[in-house]
Design a protein around this ligand. Structure first.
Ligand SMILES: Nc1nc2c(ncn2[C@@H]2O[C@H](COP(=O)(O)OP(=O)(O)OP(=O)(O)O)[C@@H](O)[C@H]2O)c(=O)[nH]1
Length: 291
């Protein structure tokens, strides 16, 4: 288990799973058309969001994500029952002014903290109340091959102050491995230069065991995660694989030689789920910050 090294408030009850399972919320933010909705369906292993065919402009416009759209799916991750909510958001970049879309996203995140506060100050708690706080925000970066755009820098900085942000490169199959590595390096240089607060797999050298430190260092070295989304499957050597097909071959979603999707999914829904929840509770949902 990872540790953020931050000072935590007590609150063991928050790990209590509901009947439906452990509650976990992921928000997906980023430029329009960079594969957010497809990623959500890939992550959930279900077509929870209607597919958009951007080749058909009229249809694509109709299906474009409008407003914030939370969807909940019940998953079983190696015996762990998970009630996963994924919040899809409209893509940035379609409008000259992206501030209103950004304000909606930040407003949604803050509103969930306010709801918890309101619930905690009630004398009689609502037994059906659900914690809808956003535990992690995946910030999708377009596979441009350049570096971070000014808008990405500004939005990630503001969001990173209120929620765990993990940067992700969408549609990673649009780049060669060399281009992707160079792009990852430039993004991390920007993140460090502009002091963008991200979730970078923190650990405590004194308290965490060697295995945890090694695992966190490995995941940190993958940042930003490269992902490929697809709901299509083909059979390769008797194995069903999720992939994108091209005339020259296939790129496999779950093959870690092709992209970081499987490692990202595992850390989100398994190995680092509790750490992300703890940091949300102990660091971001700090009453003092909201005064
Ligand atoms: N090459 C490639 N194309 C992808 C990938 N993921 C999605 N796409 C395609 O990119 C287009 C846009 O994908 P969406 O998932 O709708 O993108 P979005 O970011 O949700 O779009 P908005 O809702 O408009 O913000 C579709 O035609 C997808 O099939 C990917 O990993 N690689």
């Amino acid at each position: 288990m990872a540790s953020s090294g931050a000072s935590f408030k007590s609150g063991g009850a928050r790990r209590k799973a509901t009947k439906k399972g452990l509650v976990f919320t992921v928000m997906i933010v980023g430029a329009s058309g960079c594969g957010k909705s497809t990623f959500i369906n890939t992550l959930c292993e279900n077509p929870v969001i209607l597919r958009k065919d951007h080749a058909d402009a009229e249809k694509a416009a109709q299906l474009k994500t409008i407003g914030l759209a939370p969807t909940t799916v019940e998953l079983d991750e190696d015996g762990l029952k998970l009630s996963l909510t994924v919040v899809d958001t409209p893509g940035f970049g379609d409008n000259i002014n992206n501030e209103p879309a950004f304000e909606d996203i930040l407003g949604y995140i803050e509103h969930q903290y306010e709801e918890i506060l309101a619930q905690e100050s009630r004398i009689k708690r609502n037994p059906r109340f659900q914690d809808n706080r956003v535990h992690v925000l995946l910030y999708f970066i377009q596979p441009s091959g350049h570096s971070l755009r000014e808008m990405d820098i500004e939005f990630m900085r503001l969001l990173g102050a209120r929620v765990n942000v993990i940067p992700v490169i969408g549609k990673a199959d649009s780049m060669t491995p060399q281009e992707l590595n160079a792009f990852k390096k430039r993004i991390m240089e920007d993140i460090s230069h502009y002091k963008i607060p991200i979730y970078d797999f923190p650990y405590d050298e004194e308290e965490d065991d060697e295995e945890t430190i090694e695992e966190n260092n490995e995941l940190r070295s993958l940042l930003p995660f490269s992902v490929i989304g697809s709901e299509d499957e083909v059979v390769i050597s008797g194995r069903r694989v999720r992939c994108r097909q091209y005339p020259w071959g296939v790129v496999e979603v779950d093959n870690s030689k092709h992209c970081d999707f499987s490692k990202l999914r595992y850390m989100l829904l398994s190995s680092h789920l509790h750490d992300l929840k703890d940091i949300t509770h102990d660091v971001f949902d700090d009453d003092d910050e909201q005064d």
